[in-house]
Design a protein around this ligand. Structure first.
Ligand SMILES: Cc1cc2nc3c(=O)[nH]c(=O)nc-3n(C[C@H](O)[C@H](O)[C@H](O)COP(=O)(O)O)c2cc1C
Length: 157
């Protein structure tokens, strides 16, 4: 039975942006895993949010859509070095949020990745935690909110 006079309102809430972004993350991870399993290399592209409205125009996106993530794909010319990964304990939380040992684990990781960077020729001397903290000292893509609003999304207000 067709619904008459029914209106979609979910896009007026930031809840649907969070929910949609979660789905995009799942899709992105699946695309990356599938591409790699076929022998391709991938780079996720958050930079697609740098000038959202330019991407909207370029991709001819309709209202209620938004460029959240891109992914570049191709055959790898020179394989990158595999970076040591953050210890699992730093981001695994059993039942409740865990902070025990965090600082020690991060200090150990700083050491480990510092050695890795030496082998790959990175010599700016900045530690991993200084480098990551730097990302959070500014808003990476400040035009996102404006882009979302122009695409018809709302933020509950
Ligand atoms: C969500 C996300 C967005 C990214 N956006 C970009 C991007 O816009 N441009 C870029 O050159 N690399 C981008 N990258 C790639 C990273 O800079 C990095 O090269 C990649 O994650 C490999 O590092 P890893 O060995 O720690 O996984 C992005 C990575 C992630 C996970």
């Amino acid at each position: 039975m067709a619904l008459i006079n029914e209106q979609q309102i979910a896009h007026q809430s930031v809840e649907s942006i969070v929910s949609g972004a979660t789905d995009v993350g799942i899709a992105l991870a699946s695309v990356m895993a599938s591409a790699r399993s076929e022998g391709l290399g991938v780079v996720p592209i958050g930079g697609i949010r740098r000038s959202p409205l330019e991407m909207v125009a370029l991709l001819q996106l309709p209202k209620h859509t938004f460029p959240l993530a891109g992914v570049a794909m191709g055959y790898v010319d020179v394989p990158a070095h595999q970076k040591p990964r953050l210890p699992f304990e730093t981001f695994r939380h059993n039942e409740t949020y865990q902070t025990a040992g965090l600082e020690e684990n991060i200090a150990q990781y700083n050491q480990q990745i510092g050695e890795h960077w030496q082998t790959t020729g990175r010599t700016d001397g900045e530690s991993w935690s200084e480098s990551v903290a730097g990302y959070y000292r500014h808003i990476y893509f400040p035009d996102v909110l404006d882009g979302l609003l122009k695409q018809g999304f709302g933020i509950d207000k």
